[in-house]
Design a protein around this ligand. Structure first.
Ligand code: GUN
Length: 295
């Protein structure tokens, strides 16, 4: 069993982006600029956004955090997005999810100019991703594929079972893994909340590459994993942990201790897919910058 080390890989990617940024700035051009919009003060969102902003500092990107109170109106938020769309000094921006219930997430995500949509959530980016056209790719699925690529884990001829059909992870990942091209030639089965339990178990057992993106700890047990499989755990659930300083601990979807010995490769949680998500967001920001500011 080998760990798929997202911390080391994401550090490599950040170092590559830092070198690129240094060259840009040395050539007299401005650095890429990422803006994060954070509505309210959800604990998880605060942590994720703080990591994103910190990573910008490391790479040499400019970054801006825009905070809005949780009672911000949808119209106000849409007006702020319009101003970010129009701002030539902003290469990419994200609106951290989840949003308060009174705000229609779809209206917000669709208001983002696709070329600045570094989360890759806009329907234009999703559509181009699915068609294999140039697109800003959603960061978590792109991070999973990047991880397979950097560990040279072939997808051609493999059966990949993705569990979870969310719009930001499972569904786009099932497309990326099967749309053709490098590390996109898997035969993919997508399971979800309406897949009968017995069917899910039998499909999971057939997986050469098993991806769990459900958000429920303990979903993948040892009896669901084929010996030698590659297991990718996208789950990040906060569970109470009185002994931890924060009072909680991150748990993936996979019963790691029981499953890991069976696998050829497995991602830990934390330190697996999570850091890759941030690295790919930063990579998308460079892509958006280069698109808007051709050398
Ligand atoms: N909330 C959970 N994951 C994400 C993400 O990748 N991007 C944004 N904007 N919000 C999230």
């Amino acid at each position: 069993m080998q760990l798929l080390d997202g911390n080391t890989l994401s550090q490599q990617i950040k170092d590559e982006l830092r070198d690129q940024t240094t060259r840009i700035v040395e050539s007299g051009r401005r650095a890429p600029h990422l803006v994060a919009v954070l509505v309210g003060n959800d604990g998880g969102s605060e942590t994720y956004v703080a990591h994103k902003i910190k990573a910008c500092g490391y790479i040499g990107y400019r970054s801006t955090l825009i905070r809005k109170e949780s009672d911000v109106t949808e119209a106000e938020l849409l007006a702020r997005i319009a101003s970010l769309n129009a701002d030539d000094e902003v290469d990419g921006f994200i609106v951290q999810l989840p949003l308060p219930k009174h705000i229609d997430e779809r209206n917000v995500l669709e208001a983002i100019e696709p070329h600045k949509d570094v989360d890759g959530f806009h329907p234009v980016n999703f559509g181009n991703m699915a068609l294999g056209n140039r697109a800003l790719l959603p960061a978590t699925p792109a991070g999973v594929v990047e991880m397979l690529a950097r560990y040279d884990i072939e997808t051609k001829g493999k059966h990949c079972v993705v569990i979870g059909r969310s719009r930001i992870v499972g569904r786009p990942l099932s497309i990326l893994l099967s749309r053709g091209g490098a590390f996109g030639d898997a035969t993919v089965t997508l399971c979800h909340s309406r897949t009968p339990d017995a069917l899910l178990r039998s499909l999971a057992l057939q997986a050469d590459i098993l991806v769990a993106a459900v958000g429920r700890p303990g979903t993948i047990t040892a009896d669901m994993v084929k010996p030698g499989a590659v297991v990718i755990d996208v789950g990040t659930t906060r569970v109470p942990a009185p002994d931890a300083k924060s009072g909680w601990r991150l748990r993936g979807d996979v019963d790691f201790d029981a499953v890991a010995p069976l696998t050829s490769y497995i991602t830990p949680v934390p330190g697996g897919v999570g850091p890759m998500t941030i690295a790919m967001l930063l990579k998308n920001t460079m892509t958006a910058y280069q698109f808007a500011n051709p050398a």
